[in-house]
Design a protein around this ligand. Sequence first.
Ligand code: ADP
Ligand code: MG
Length: 383
Amino acid sequence: MIAMALAGNPKILIADEPTTALDVTVQKSILDLLRSLISKYNMSMVFISHDLGVVKSLADYLVVMKSGDIVEKGEAKKVLENPQHEYTRGLLNCKPIPGVKLSRLRTLTSKDEPRIISNTFEYHTPLISVNHLQKTYVSSKGLLKKEVREVRAVNDVSFEIMQGETLGLVGESGCGKSTLSRMFLGLIPATGGEVIYEGKNILSSNSAEWKTLRKDLQIIFQDPYSALNPKHTVGDILMEPLSVLSLKNSNEERKQRVLELLDQVGLPKESLNRYPHEFSGGQRQRIVIARALSVEPKFIICDESVAALDVSVQAQVLNLLNDLKRDLGLTYLFISHDLSVVYQMSDRIMVMNKGQIEELNAAWEIFYNPQSDYTKQLLASTI
Ligand code: ADP
Ligand code: MG
């Protein structure tokens, strides 16, 4: 995309959120590339982003926009060090700050002051035990499909998820996070190993058993739009799991449950008869969360669930997830490439690299006392 943009020797390059969906290490290399291209070809760049950390590392001059108006502009350094407008200050406050754990992230509307909480919970009962889990993808290549390529996406991984904790899983894209999470729910078959839940290896479940297990184990993906059928109303979307799993018998009961769910995730009752495209990205992610909650699960995997949202909305959704966890006694496996987000959410953090676990420890330890070189490297590239 960058090569295409440069093909006509432009004087101005407009980059609209070019790194938003990338993990920190890839993001850093793209930003370095843009920086060097600008100076090499003597171009100007308009760099659009919601991420002040990125803007800080790049911009000479900064313009802050809100609802179509410019609320503040000036030399980037001055604006960031001494923001004049309330909105700019709000933006600076709602990004998880590496190493600072707040009981609630600030959102742009929230008035309550953040409090620092200590991370001293102790968990003793494992909800899920993972033993020597493996996944090797085999694909054939070449004209005659004779050459076989093997990718060890998850390579002999063992750990426990404790009842009531949020276990963070962090690592660069391609390290195997999604492969790991999908095996938990039987969405892809494992090559080896076991996942023990309620005394049983769930990986050997048949389809009827998986149906029952899905009442307990749910997943929330990154992209709320592709996860929601655009032709169905929100009401239909939320009622479907209830009827598939025969959880509520009458239509009236199902409707009551759906209204309760909308309330839990902070959406108005009227959402019932509306379609997914009528909602914003953050609201759509709330719908996806409501659908996951509809079956009253015990365990939810959040796989990059806030990666596509801007920082302010991201903070709202993270707060919602934490509130729900507390109110409903949930256990989370929280997956992200963003170490600051994982730190904010997690009791313990597992660092994954090339299909293996580099390090698993209390969140605080991972952040302030990392043992493996890989974790140290990941921390160093966290903006
Ligand atoms: P992450 O979620 O951490 O970004 P993934 O689990 O999606 O990582 O991918 C782990 C590795 O497995 C990557 O090298 C990826 O290219 C490979 N992979 C993922 N899905 C498949 C597939 N269906 N077939 C072959 N290789 C795959
Ligand atoms: Mg993934």
